[in-house]
Design a protein around this ligand. Structure first.
Ligand SMILES: O=C[C@H](O)[C@H](O)[C@H](O)COP(=O)(O)O
Length: 262
């Protein structure tokens, strides 16, 4: 293990390293956002540089786009790509059905568009992200700034009809101003505690005027790669219900990423 990484970062880096093995030359790749996805982007850049891996990539945020360019990955737009072979992204929570909560970093809108436009979505995570029921992590929804408090009221009213533990909502802040997404929108965080029916909630939230998209990813993720600090990596696939545990070779995770700062 790298001396420089905390156990949690090592686990994230291990998941990223394993997932990047699924990428082949000629692929169009969706690049997620967040601290786990950043490891994946760095590792992909390494493969481009050291192995001559030929890929083009569509980032899901301005942050990821900047990092991808920095590590030498060719970045194109989703409209140029039209469709992607694979998207690799992090998650805030995932359950046994591979339903996800995403958007902790505010990038859920582009992430959902990109993942949906991909043959396969692979989630990379440390084991702390696995939950029996989604909802302990506040569910982010992207809303337009116009009439945000009216939208917020409508969302709270809607939540009254759902099997959730809590109904408190907060507008995400960045210092004393509301946090702005890449599209200039706001994020409402829904403190639900536990979500009884993620599929129904995801559908209904998007019916509220002012809501652009919500961070529930239902039936989008195909595979979850769970990294552990000791080098073990578990790969679960929703289609063949397989679970595969491998151990990254000793040395493979040593200082691989240490020279690239996020
Ligand atoms: O908006 C951000 C994304 O959905 C992230 O993928 C998610 O928040 C997980 O981030 P991290 O890997 O930093 O925990």
């Amino acid at each position: 293990m790298s001396e420089n990484l905390s156990p949690i970062d090592q686990a994230k880096a291990n998941a990223a390293r394993k997932a990047v093995d699924f990428v082949e030359s000629g692929m169009k790749v969706g690049l997620g956002t967040g601290s786990t996805a950043a490891w994946m982007v760095k590792r992909l850049g390494e493969r481009v540089r050291d192995e001559g891996l030929r890929i083009v990539a569509v980032p899901t945020s301005s942050r990821t786009a900047a990092l991808a360019r920095e590590v030498g990955i060719t970045v194109i737009t989703l409209d140029e790509a039209k469709w992607l072979d694979i998207t690799i992204d992090g998650a805030d929570e995932f359950d046994a059905e591979m339903n996800l909560i995403k958007g902790g970093g505010g990038a859920l809108l582009q992430e959902k568009i990109v993942a949906t436009a991909s043959d396969r979505m692979v989630v990379i995570a440390d084991s702390a992200k696995e939950v029996a029921h989604l909802g302990a992590f506040p569910l982010p929804i992207e809303v337009i700034p116009f009439g945000v408090n009216v939208t917020r009221g409508l969302v709270e009213e809607l939540l009254g009809a759902f099997d959730v533990m809590g109904r408190r909502t907060t507008i995400r802040m960045n210092g004393s101003d509301p946090f702005r997404t890449d599209e200039g929108n706001f994020i409402l965080d829904l403190h639900l505690g536990r979500i009884g029916d993620p599929r129904q909630l995801a559908l209904m939230l998007n019916q509220v005027p002012g809501v652009v998209e919500n961070g529930l990813f239902v039936d989008i993720c195909d595979r979850v790669v769970i990294g552990h600090a000791d080098g073990r990596v578990e790969v679960r696939d929703i289609h063949d219900c397989s679970i595969d545990v491998t151990e990254l070779p000793v040395g493979d995770t040593t200082n691989i990423f240490a020279n690239i700062e996020e």
